[in-house]
Each structure stands twice: as structure tokens, then as C-alpha cells.
Design a binder for this molecule. Structure first.
Ligand code: NAP
Length: 260
């Protein structure tokens, strides 16, 4: 399927690895030029070169912490005018128990997983609306719909972002701009390795056992792939997705037992 977005320009935040990288690759495959962000310059530069070479698009790496004001300013300065697509992403907060976290922990989670994506949207939406076309995809988590007990910081911050998107997406849709959220369940990325390592430590089992146990809780019987995730992102950013507004799309292999 031709996604109809060849020649568009996208900012992909936190995109050198994992789910963000999957989105970056799928957009590049559709012919979209990228401003690619992550913190570690060496990994990011290597990813940018690889994507540019594979798909023949322009990829501008911007090494910056997207959860800080300075980081976002650096990304926006490199992007310049004419951004058509924004993919919001950042690392997830650490797991714990409800009683572990103090105000600073919550502020850090809110900064990373709620206020940073909101600030990025506020930066790009006016020009998108003026041009009458834009696509925003926020990577959140299945925990928004089916909360994961030990990810209380994530549940809280991402729910705040979801609330913002629910209203804002309806306010900008009339200008040809769509905002949607993608809610990943477990995917085979470094984040999954880190979550599984916690289980290994807590339960004294092997990594293989931890992964097998988790896979058993998923009707699909496996972890998701970054390629599958990226393909959905590219579709949401395509010309065909203009009528998909303010949705929370679960990509979890059926793990969350909910009917709607
Ligand atoms: P990942 O494989 O660890 O990749 C994270 C990417 O984000 C890397 O490119 C990393 O590069 C970049 N990054 C992290 N913090 C950043 C920051 N402050 N500023 C700029 N770039 C940053 O993680 P992932 O699995 O793709 O997860 C992406 C998001 O989805 C996370 O919020 C995670 O909690 C959420 N999620 C993941 C899963 C899953 O199963 N994988 C499930 C539910 C939710 P640098 O470290 O170099 O910055």
C-alpha cells in the first residue's frame, strides 16, 4: 500500500532503538525524511546512517534529552519549519511499589512521559494546522488501559497525557491534523530486557524462564516486534488515516482482557 507520505518530514523522538526506531524505519520506508532524536550520540548517529542508507531518505540526528526544555529546543532548531509528522516517545519510568515514590519521582515521570510530549505537540501543532495537514503519534503503554501494578509512575504520567490528547485531538482534527496514541504491550526491546531482568532478580529464575513465563500470559504467545509496531505508526501517519482521531490503539498480542 502506498502510504502517500513520500517527501513529508517527521520528528521521531527517542528513536535510535526499540519502538521509536521501529517507527523511524517504517516512516523512512514510506519515503519520509527524518529528524531522529536520542541521547547517546554514537548509537544515534549509527542508526541515522543505517536508516538513510537503507531507505534513501534524509535523516538528521539530534542528540538531546527530549525530556528537558533545552533538549526539545535543540530538536526543534534542527527540524526548522515544515514538520508534517511528530512521533513522541521517551524512556519509561522505573517500576516499584506505590509507597516508594516521592514528589520528585512523580515530577520526573510527568516531565518525561506527559509534559515532554505535550510541549512537543504545542511546538508543532500551530504550523501543521496552518498548513492543513499533520500527524502526531504518541507512544504510551498498554498500562493506560490495563494498568500494570508495579508501573505506578508510568500509569499515572501516561494517563495524564492520554487525557490531554483526548481533548486536543478533537480541537485540531478540523484543521487536518490527527493525534493518536499507540499502547504497546510487551515488545522485544531493551526495555523488555530490563523488565525481565527485574523478574530474574526478584524470583531467582533464568532470563529464558522469565521470558517464557511472560510470553505465556499473552494470547499471541510471544513478544511483539518493533517492525509490527512501526508499521502501525506509519499507517497512522499516512494519508489513509485522516479519519482516525484521538484513538488509543493497543498492540499487546491480546494480553489485556478487555472487550472495547
Ligand atoms: P528502548 O528499547 O529502551 O529504547 C528507548 C529509546 O529511547 C532509545 O533510542 C533511547 O536512546 C531513547 N531515549 C530514552 N530516553 C530518552 C530521552 N530522555 N531523550 C531522548 N531519547 C531517549 O525502549 P522501548 O522498549 O522502545 O520503549 C519505548 C517506550 O515505550 C518507553 O517509554 C517504554 O516504557 C514504552 N513501553 C515499552 C514497552 C515494551 O515492551 N518495549 C511496553 C510498554 C511501554 P538513548 O538511551 O540513547 O537516549
Amino acid at each position: 500500500m502506498d502510504l502517500g507520505i513520500r517527501g513529508k518530514r517527521a520528528i521521531v523522538c527517542a528513536g535510535s532503538k526499540g519502538l521509536g526506531r521501529g517507527c523511524a524505519e517504517a516512516l523512512a520506508e514510506a519515503g519520509v525524511d527524518l529528524i531522529l532524536n536520542a541521547r547517546s550520540a554514537d548509537v544515534l548517529d549509527a542508526a541515522a546512517q543505517e536508516i538513510a542508507k537503507t531507505y534513501g531518505v534524509s535523516v538528521t540526528p539530534v542528540a538531546a534529552d527530549i525530556t528537558t526544555e533545552e533538549g526539545r529546543a535543540k530538536v526543534m532548531a534542527a527540524a526548522g519549519e515544515g514538520i508534517d509528522i511528530l512521533v513522541n516517545n521517551a524512556g519509561g519510568p522505573p517500576p516499584g511499589l506505590w509507597s516508594d515514590w516521592n514528589r520528585d519521582d512523580f515530577i520526573k515521570a510527568l516531565d518525561a512521559n506527559m509534559l515532554a510530549p505535550i510541549a512537543m505537540m504545542q511546538a508543532v501543532l500551530p504550523a501543521m494546522m496552518e498548513r492543513g495537514w499533520g500527524r502526531v503519534v504518541n507512544i504510551t503503554s498498554q498500562s493506560v488501559r490495563a494498568p500494570i501494578a508495579q508501573l505506578g509512575l508510568s500509569n499515572s504520567a501516561r494517563s495524564g497525557l492520554t487525557g490531554f490528547v483526548a481533548g486536543t485531538s478533537r480541537q485540531v482534527a478540523g484543521s487536518g491534523v490527527t493525534i493518536n496514541n499507540m499502547l504497546p504491550g510487551i515488545h522485544a526491546t531493551d526495555r523488555a530486557v530490563s523488565l525481565d531482568s527485574n523478574v530474574v532478580k526478584a524470583e531467582g529464575i533464568s532470563m529464558e524462564e522469565a521470558k517464557a513465563r511472560r510470553a505465556k500470559t499473552i494470547p499471541a504467545g510471544r513478544y511483539g516486534t518493533t517492525t509490527e509496531f512501526g508499521a502501525m505508526c506509519a499507517f497512522l501517519c499516512s494519508q489513509h488515516a485522516g479519519f482516525i482521531v484521538g484513538q488509543n490503539i493497543m498492540l499487546d498480542g491480546g494480553a489485556a482482557n478487555i472487550s472495547v
